[in-house]
Ligand binder design. Structure first.
Ligand code: CP3
Length: 346
């Protein structure tokens, strides 16, 4: 890992403060950008785009060239991990992800897992080299994974859902089997992230998009405990690499998540009041978030107003500007330019 990689995001995660915050946006590469749609058409399918290092690198760099974000995020998807574990995966047009049957959990072939993910590792190296080549050597590169709970939701329910009922019921009625699945995911994700760091990612984010469907005891068991294990595995092998946890919907459990998992920083979802986070989470770690993606889509004076509120709430603290969830495909690209200008204005 390049030891000189210390951009504004990385330094904020080490506790440094700046006059204006570092900014990147979840899903900053994607369908709201015409240049993304063009590259995606060239790739054929979304998964082909993820597994072709040159094209994944190209779409990763598009928002960096257009807006100069402080960080690039590897272009891939959280569902490549179940795919690499042997579960069939398809993204049907306008239907979201569809997965095949849960693969057998008694024998996981980790050498095949890494072979399957080698195009993703290759993409990380390609992106780092390309950033440097195009004059973005101080732009941080974020590697990522889904968290065990969120990946298990897709693996057991086998498609997107609003409550992931099948997964919830499996966790309650066949705990040994569910625990086995989560244990495999902890191991797989730990080595997957370590490989991304080895190839040039200098910051990690763990997406737990469905953390918010669980009651407190289950949240502790399936969100906090597995995430804590991944964090401690990575800290043992890569002690310098900061890890941002994003437990979407954690609500009252946000502070317990931060204290018990050991994440370096925490991503706030749209519902978390900035003043709550400033009071209760900032004393514990740097925070990231949490502009409403639809306020960004709507634009105008309200976008400026909400941006200013968030900025002033976290001013002078180790804070990273982001959305509270991924950018929506119908967002006008000029609203993103307006946002960045506002965030960077002194
Ligand atoms: O942030 C980035 O720019 C990096 C790339 C990235 C994607 N997905 C690209 C993508 C990241 C970090 C993700 C994470 C992801 N994927 C999450 C966690 C974050 C969240 O949104 O809660 C989840 C739950 C997924 C699973 C997933 N991938 C779904 C449910 C869908 C379909 C929904 C949709 O928007 O169509 C995807 C597809 C996907 N992943 C797209 C992109 C750009 C759209 C694919 C396309 O081009 O059609």
């Amino acid at each position: 890992m390049p030891k000189n990689m210390t951009g504004k995001l990385y330094q904020t995660l080490k506790g440094k403060t700046f006059e204006t915050p570092a900014i990147w946006l979840m899903r900053q590469a994607g369908r709201y950008l015409p240049e993304y749609l063009e590259t995606r058409a060239k790739a054929g399918s979304f998964l082909d785009l993820c597994y072709t290092p040159e094209l994944a690198s190209e779409v990763t760099l598009q928002p960096i060239r257009r807006y100069g974000f402080d960080a690039a995020i590897l272009f891939s998807d959280i569902l490549t991990v179940p795919h690499a574990l042997g579960q069939h995966l398809e993204f049907a047009q306008n239907h979201g992800p569809q997965l095949g049957e849960l693969p057998p959990l008694d024998s996981v072939d980790f050498s095949m897992f890494h072979v399957n993910l080698s195009p993703v590792y290759e993409a990380v190296s390609t992106i780092r080299a390309q950033l440097n080549k195009e004059g973005f050597s101080s732009t941080d590169l974020i590697g990522f994974s889904g968290a065990p709970w969120t990946l298990a939701c897709y693996m057991v329910d086998r498609q997107g859902s609003k409550d992931f009922a099948k997964t919830r019921i499996m966790a309650l009625t066949d705990e040994p089997k569910f625990q086995r699945l989560v244990d495999i995911l902890v191991e797989a994700i730990s080595v997957y992230l370590a490989h991304q760091i080895n190839r040039g990612a200098n910051v990690i984010q763990i997406f737990d998009s469905w953390a918010g469907v669980l009651p407190p005891d289950q949240f502790r068991k399936w969100v906090i405990a597995p995430t804590q294990k991944i964090v401690s595995n990575l800290h043992a092998t890569h002690p310098d690499t900061p890890i941002i946890g994003f437990p979407k919907g954690a609500g009252f459990l946000y502070d317990e998540y931060v204290k018990k998992t050991g994440v370096t920083a925490v991503g706030l979802d749209t519902q978390t009041p900035p003043e709550y986070a400033a009071k209760n989470l900032l004393p514990l770690c740097p925070v990231q978030g949490n502009l409403d993606p639809f306020t960004l889509m709507a634009g105008g004076a309200e976008l400026d107003h909400q941006t200013d509120i968030i900025k002033s709430t976290f001013a002078g603290k180790p804070y990273i500007f982001n959305l509270g969830h991924g950018i929506d495909k119908d967002t006008p690209p000029e609203n993103v330019a307006r946002l960045i200008q506002r965030v960077r204005a002194a």
